[in-house]
Design a protein around this ligand. Sequence first.
Ligand code: UDP
Length: 238
Amino acid sequence: MPRPHYNRILLKLSGEALMGDGQFGIDPQTTARLAREVAAAKEAGHELCLVVGGGNIFRGLAAAAKGFDRTSADYMGMLATVMNALAVQNALEQIGQDTRVLSAIPMDTVCEPYIRRRAVRHMERGRIVIFAAGTGNPYFTTDTAAALRAAEMGCDALFKGTSVDGVYDADPNKVAGATRYETLSYNRVLSDNLKVMDASAVALCRDNAIPIIVFNIREQGNLATVLAGSGTATTVKQ
Ligand code: UDP
């Protein structure tokens, strides 16, 4: 069954989506390709906002495991998401898209602070809004930030771009014959501890009835296909 058309969407891009084939950092070609896909989605009539992760640069939990103070490490992770947001904004501007970066940690000389009404206004004016610095709080992830902003912005769906084409009953890279789910309930994701997004993000989407569409963002052109309701993905819903 084709998936429904969603008008206003939040696209969650993990930091790794910007790495390309590299192991770290931002690959300009990959970022430009993502920007073209985001612009195409906007031209196809979708209202878009983005949350960008930071895992290609810094992850708080991993750093804490090596001895960093967790809170400081999380702030460093949030700052990494700001760098990624600026890279995506730059790539979008280079192809003529009007964008704004709004940061949950105010840094006035770099970008706008996150103010919900301002973000809504930007979207109403047809701008692509990029949310940076996660939730602004340590001990959270950008997945939770994505769910939070999707709820605040009244998004019809949260599209999570990953390196796999959906949610499987086992790791498809490790288990031969792992099966992909076409749809899943929020509660099943939580009870089976399936690796879709972290539990707080899934619960937030459940409580606000925001479907989560997990799809492969590494495949060129896939964002348009999945937004059009076809292609391979897993939908998490009620
Ligand atoms: N982070 C945080 N609070 C937030 C969002 C992110 O502390 O609300 C930190 C956390 O340390 C995390 C890092 O920022 O590891 C990068 O975000 P994330 O791991 O979610 O990025 P992704 O995996 O999507 O690239």
